[in-house]
Structure formats: C-alpha cells, structure tokens
Design a protein around this ligand. Structure first.
Ligand SMILES: Nc1ncnc2c1ncn2[C@@H]1O[C@H](COP(=O)(O)OP(=O)(O)OP(=O)(O)O)[C@@H](O)[C@H]1O
Length: 250
C-alpha cells in the first residue's frame, strides 16, 4: 500500500486579476521526499509554493497536508524569495525571529538560535548586523531561521537565486550535507536545472502559463549525491529530458 502523501495539490486552478495562472495542477509529495519545481519565468511556481504553504487558497482544487485540507499558514516552514533579514537586528536576532513569531519566548528563541549558528556555518557572527555578511551567509541565516521552526515540511522559493555561481555551488553542496539533519519533506523552487537534478529526488516541470505539470521526472541518481555526478551520462540524460520539457531543447 502506498504511504499517504505528506503534501498533495489536487486539481489546482488559480486565477488572479482575470489571468489564469495555474490550470489543473496535480502534485503529490511523499514523506521525506525532496521535490524541485522548475518552469518558465512567470509560470506560477511561486504561486504554487504559496498554496502549499497555505498562504492563499486556490480558485479550484484542494491542497492537503497529511490528508487534511490546508486551511491556514504556519503548519509548514516557508522561505520566500527575498531573504527578508531585518537590517537593525543582529544575525542571532534575525534567526530567532521565526521562533518568536510562533510564540516562543524571546530568551528561548535567542538561545536556540545561538546554539544552531555553528552547524549552519555562522559561528562567531551572531552579533553581526546582516549588512556585514556575504550573500551566501545571508542565505544561510534565512535558511536557518526557516529550518529552526522545525516543521516537517520545508518550502524554499529560489533560496540561492540572487547568489553568484560559486557561492551558489557552495550552498548546494552544503544543502546536500545538511539534508538528513533537516529531516523534512522539501519542495524547492529553482530556475537552475543542474541544481534541481543535484538536490532533488524528483523534478516537476511546470508549463508556460496557465501552468500544468509538463513533466514529473524521478532523479534516479545514487545518494549521497556529489557534484561529480554532474559529469555522468545519467545526469546528462536527465538534463536533456528536463530541458526538452522546458522547451529549451527541441
Ligand atoms: N495579483 C495578480 N494579478 C495578476 N497576475 C498576477 C498576480 N499575481 C501574480 N500574477 C502573475 O502570475 C504569474 C505567476 O507568478 P509567479 O510569481 O507564481 O511565477 P513564477 O513562476 O514563480 O515566476 P518567476 O520564475 O519569475 O519567479 C506571473 O505571470 C505574474 O505576473
């Protein structure tokens, strides 16, 4: 018998300001699975992630977590596209913010934030203001703030989108390393086909707007994943299929 999906979007349609954005999108994510969501710019990836986060309701269809319709935000950890670090708060205070928002006392939130800095490569930077950090470190602060919420679902909207190529690779390698520790079902929105294949168990491609699922591809590469796998034939074959579905290769 198949396990109940951790997350399910069924028959999702979304219309905004008279524009049809999503049209009959079905997506199931199994417990502990890592799914990457890619698609053309403006296809509706962030919209779909927002629905999975319970931030908005679809015009048609239903989003379920553990088989129960998702009716409010806060049941999952969600990291929006911009890192939203508050410039007047230190790194530790920024990390603690998510916990504080869920009702944890300021003192406990800061303690837990301080304790976690090391495993996110931020040791010694707790008192620093965000503007003194590199882009990669800012991303880790935002990721840590989201991960500390300790929900069983982690939704990431292009967490490395604004980073240069080298820093991006560095963080991809780092995500591979902390994946087990995060122990969550993960949905990641990305524009980067290599990133999707490297990190995910499955890559779901959305079509042009109004978006449908154009391809749902299992990434059957061995784990633990390494950057070296990017040079293998298996990787290249997956990439060709994804680029084909995106309309880049015809
Ligand atoms: N309130 C709104 N009214 C009309 N159209 C909207 C509204 N909000 C979003 N859209 C449109 O919905 C589409 C989907 O937006 P969304 O941000 O989900 O796409 P995306 O795939 O995440 O894009 P990107 O890859 O560029 O981040 C876009 O074309 C956007 O212009």
């Amino acid at each position: 018998m198949r396990a109940e999906p951790k997350l399910a979007a069924r028959g999702i349609g979304v219309e905004k300001g008279g524009v049809r954005i999503l049209d009959g999108v079905d997506l199931e994510v199994a417990p502990g699975e890592f799914v990457a969501l890619i698609g053309p710019s403006g296809a509706g990836k962030s919209t779909l992630l927002g629905l999975l986060a319970g931030l908005e309701a679809p015009s048609e269809g239903v989003v379920e977590k553990d088989g129960v319709p998702l009716s409010s935000p806060g049941l999952v950890s969600y990291m929006p596209q911009s890192d939203l670090l508050l410039p007047w708060r230190s790194v530790v205070a920024n990390v603690a913010l998510g916990l504080e928002a869920t009702g944890v006392s300021k003192r406990e939130a800061r303690e837990r934030a301080s304790e976690s800095l090391e495993r996110f490569g931020l040791d010694g930077f707790g008192g620093a203001p965000p503007w003194t950090l590199s882009g990669g470190m800012r991303s880790r602060v935002a990721l840590l703030r989201t991960a500390l919420l300790d929900r069983d679902v982690l939704l990431l909207d292009e967490p490395f989108g604004a980073l240069d190529a080298l820093t991006r690779r560095d963080l991809q390698g780092w995500i591979l390393g902390v994946r087990d520790e995060l122990a969550a079902t993960i949905v990641l929105v990305t524009h980067d086909v290599d990133e999707a294949i490297l990190l995910a168990d499955r890559v779901v491609v959305l079509s042009e707007r109004p978006a449908r699922v154009a391809l749902d591809l299992e990434v059957d590469l061995e784990r633990p994943r390494t950057m070296e796998q990017e040079t293998t034939e298996g990787f290249a074959a997956l990439k060709a299929r994804l680029l084909g579905a995106l309309g880049v290769l015809r």
